[in-house]
Structure formats: structure tokens, C-alpha cells
Design a protein around this ligand. Structure first.
Ligand code: ZN
Length: 453
């Protein structure tokens, strides 16, 4: 029986674009009520209310680029390596799994960490791609996570280093057949969940894997289809030094202007990584309203470079974060990824980045990547999409001028602090009940621990 109703007294609310009184931290706390999946009350508690407890509402973290790698690549037996070598290893896992496990187990771990939505770019493990994308979508919506499920398109990938400029690809008839197949699948998936709480959780998208592996004509056809129907595109872009070298050799006048001419750079497109993007290219992405998903951990593990967090945050309004299924500890922990991204941002600018600015990368900035499956910012009258963080270890910082709630969360939150996760009106995760052992008082805390007999 799914839980779709609840009532809480909160210590405060960490804001998001669109939330009234965003970022407010009040002395008396906030009231939150969810009735049948809809936020009925979200407002400061009346003055004189009882002291607030330690739960804090936060928008769900959004994972703007991932693949669904189950318990991670260590479990699969795939060692980290430079991207082009690693892609070979990826196809030969020591422990193979199907999409149900790859996406399902990853989704479970993300939800435990407070990640309420993820982009799953399906890496096929066998010949039946349609079947695998269907399985990935079902794994996502049965877990209750919001998902952009991305259908891979790869028709000029013969040379790992990249195609020739005039590569023919699979041809127009094949592209049209693929588009028809994906549209059929989208209809089928929508019918499966119509009238259930899973309705609207999945947005199917086209995933030309990267410009170096898909023929120009196919890219143009997908862009045309996207313009006509609104269906989103999600591509890898300039992830590694080898991809940068390919782009500069094959498109000496610029890869991004060429992609722009093909119709790929619009507000309906997400590009992932962008590790090797230059400033003028970042500016063009912003001008066209493209979403850019940075993947800092993945870039380190695959020896791709250092995610350009500071430059992207300064130049691209829709710059967001993705885990790429390669979190440093293989734990899908969006908070640790956020701390890494904020750390890079600070190191690249030599200034302190406020928690709210960093948190925006992992929340509001990535919303467009999810198309119709995007969560609305938490507010009265909207479906319940939020995370309740238990920040009790840091309650002594509440109200301190140096410690807005967003700064506490960005500095210290993680799966262990995620008390509840609500997605599209349903509670999809809650922390196991706390043990009955009382917290030690501060006096007891300083006594040496008793050794059991
Ligand atoms: Zn990727």
C-alpha cells in the first residue's frame, strides 16, 4: 500500500525556483501537509508554535546524466580507464546484468540518497535494443523514480575515434524506421501506466550517443523530429581529449556551429559531460537554451579531464550535474557529487560558493532534461516531490548567519540523512525507524565507551 498522505512540522525549507519565501529559515519552523499526493500546506508555522524539530524540506536532487549501472562498475568488474579503452571493457563485464537490475538497483540507491529523477541513457547489452529500453523504463517507473529514458542511436560508430564528416550512417529509411519504433514504444509505455501513480514518471528521449558516432543526416533527421514533436534529445558531447581532437580535425570551423546548423542545439536538447568545451562553445549552448549535464566523478574515473564547473556555472544557465553511474564510491550519492562539484567550482574561482548556488546545480538547473517527467518545485497545490532531510546533528547551527540550511545540507547531507523521499505524490523511500537507543547526552558522549563483557 503506497503512502500518499502525511503531516510534518519542519525546521525549515530549502528553497528552489518558484517556491514562495525561497530559502527562508524561520525560528518557528514550517508546516507541511500532503493529502492524496498533493502538497496541501507548505508555509511558515504561526508565531508562537512549538519549537521546530530537525527535519528540513529540500527539492529532490536531479541526476541529469546517467546510464543505470546497477551497483556500479566495480561490482561489474569493469576497472576505471581512459574513456576510449574503458568502452571496450564496458562491453565485457565480469558480472553481466540485465536492464531491470542495472536501472532498478541504481534507481533504488539514488532514491535512498534523495535523487528523485535521473536520466538513464540505455547502454544495450544485447541485440534487442527496443526490449532493453522497455525494460529500463519499466524498472524506473516500478521503483517510483522520475526518469528520462534515452533510446541509443549509433549508426557511424565503427571507428571509436570518430566518423568521417561525410559518413553515410544507416540512411534515411533506417532513421525513419527507428523514429517510428521509438514513438510506438513511447505510446506503449504511456498506455501501461495510464491512470496509475506511475503515469508521467517516464519521458522517452532520443540519444544520438555522440556527434562523432552518428551520421550528420541522422542527427539532422532526429533534430527535425524533435522540433516537430517536442521529443527531447540527449547526447554525449566533447567528453574526452580524443573527442576534442576529432572535433577540431573534422570540423575545423567548429563542431558546435555545425551541430547548430543541423538543428541540434535547442532548449529540447541535453548534452552530457562537455569536459572539453571552450568558453565560446559554452556561450552558444546557453544562447540556444541547451541543458549541459556535468559529470565530475566520471571525468576523473575515465581520465577525461576536470569538469568545467565554474565556467559552466558562469556561462550556461541550464548547467546541472549527472552521476553517469560513476560516482567516486559507486554509491549513486548525489550529495557527495554535489560536494565534489562545489569543491571544483571553488578551486576554479578561489572563492566560497554559497550552498544555495551549488544546490541549484543539482536541482532547479537540471529540470528541463526530464521533459514531461520533470518534477515541479515544491509548493502548495503541486504534486509532492521533495526530500526530507534529518539535519539533527547540526541543529546547533540552525539560524546561525554563516549556516543557511542549504549550506548545512550541501556540506553534510548524504543517504544517512535522507529521512523520506516523495516523488510524484508517493513516498518512495523512508529511512528505517531509528533504533530505540537514546542519543547520549553531551556529558555521556565524552565518557569512554563501555566495553561489552
Ligand atoms: Zn554517459
Amino acid at each position: 500500500m503506497s503512502v500518499r498522505t502525511g503531516r510534518w512540522r519542519l525546521a525549515g525549507v530549502i528553497g528552489d525556483a518558484g517556491l514562495p519565501a525561497a530559502g527562508a529559515d524561520t525560528g518557528t519552523g514550517w508546516e507541511l501537509a500532503v493529502d492524496d499526493g498533493v502538497i496541501a500546506t507548505l508555509r511558515p508555522a504561526p508565531a508562537g508554535s512549538a519549537a521546530a524539530p530537525t527535519l528540513v524540506l529540500c527539492p529532490p536532487l536531479l541526476n541529469g546524466h546517467d546510464h543505470g549501472r546497477g551497483p556500479g562498475t566495480v561490482d561489474a568488474g569493469i576497472p576505471d580507464a581512459p574513456l576510449e579503452d574503458w568502452l571496450d571493457l564496458l562491453g565485457r563485464p565480469v558480472r553481466p546484468r540485465g536492464q531491470d537490475e542495472l536501472v532498478g538497483l541504481a534507481a533504488d540507491a539514488m532514491l535512498r540518497a534523495g535523487v528523485g529523477a535521473a536520466v538513464f541513457c540505455v547502454n544495450p547489452t544485447g541485440p534487442d535494443v527496443v526490449d532493453e529500453v522497455r525494460a529500463a523504463a519499466r524498472a524506473a517507473y516500478t521503483r517510483g523514480i522520475r526518469a528520462a529514458v534515452v533510446f541509443p542511436v549509433l549508426d557511424a560508430g565503427g571507428d571509436r575515434r570518430g566518423r568521417r564528416r561525410d559518413a553515410r550512417g544507416a540512411g534515411a529509411a533506417a532513421a525513419d524506421a527507428l523514429i517510428a519504433e521509438v514513438e510506438r514504444l513511447a505510446g506503449e509505455l504511456a498506455d501501461e501506466v495510464a491512470g496509475t501513480p506511475a503515469a508521467g514518471l517516464v519521458d522517452l528521449q532520443f540519444g544520438p550517443v555522440g556527434p562523432q558516432w552518428v551520421a550528420e543526416a541522422t542527427l539532422a533527421r532526429l533534430a527535425e523530429h524533435s522540433a516537430a514533436t517536442g521529443r527531447r534529445l540527449h547526447l554525449h558531447l566533447l567528453e574526452s581529449p580524443a573527442q576534442r581532437a576529432w572535433a577540431d580535425e573534422v570540423y575545423p570551423e567548429g563542431l558546435l556551429p555545425a551541430m547548430d546548423r543541423l538543428g541540434l542545439l535547442t532548449e529540447r536538447t541535453t548534452v552530457a559531460h562537455g569536459t572539453q568545451l571552450r568558453d565560446d562553445e559554452l556561450a552558444l549552448l546557453d544562447e540556444r537554451g541547451v541543458t549541459l549535464a556535468l559529470n565530475a566523478s566520471s571525468n576523473l574515473r575515465l581520465a577525461s579531464g576536470v569538469a568545467p564547473v565554474a565556467r559552466a556555472a558562469a556561462k550556461v544557465r541550464a548547467a546541472c550535474l549527472g552521476l553517469d553511474g560513476l560516482a567516486l564510491s559507486d554509491d549513486h550519492d548525489g550529495w557527495a557529487e554535489l560536494r565534489l562539484a562545489r569543491g571544483l567550482w571553488q578551486a576554479q574561482t578561489h572563492r566560497r560558493v554559497p550552498g544555495a548556488e551549488a544546490l541549484a546545480l543539482a536541482t532547479a538547473a537540471g529540470r528541463a532534461a526530464f521533459g514531461a517527467a520533470a518534477p515541479a518545485p515544491p509548493a502548495e497545490g503541486r504534486p509532492a516531490d521533495f526530500v526530507l532531510l534529518d539535519l539533527s546533528p547540526w541543529r546547533h547551527l540552525f539560524g546561525h548567519p554563516d549556516w543557511p540550511l542549504a549550506d548545512i545540507a550541501v556540506a553534510a547531507a548524504g543517504p544517512a540523512r535522507v529521512a523520506e523521499v516523495w516523488v510524484a505524490g508517493t513516498r518512495v523511500h523512508h529511512r528505517p525507524e531509528p533504533s530505540s537507543r537514546p542519543e547520549p547526552s553531551s556529558a555521556q558522549a565524552h565518557r569512554p565507551r563501555e566495553v561489552p563483557a
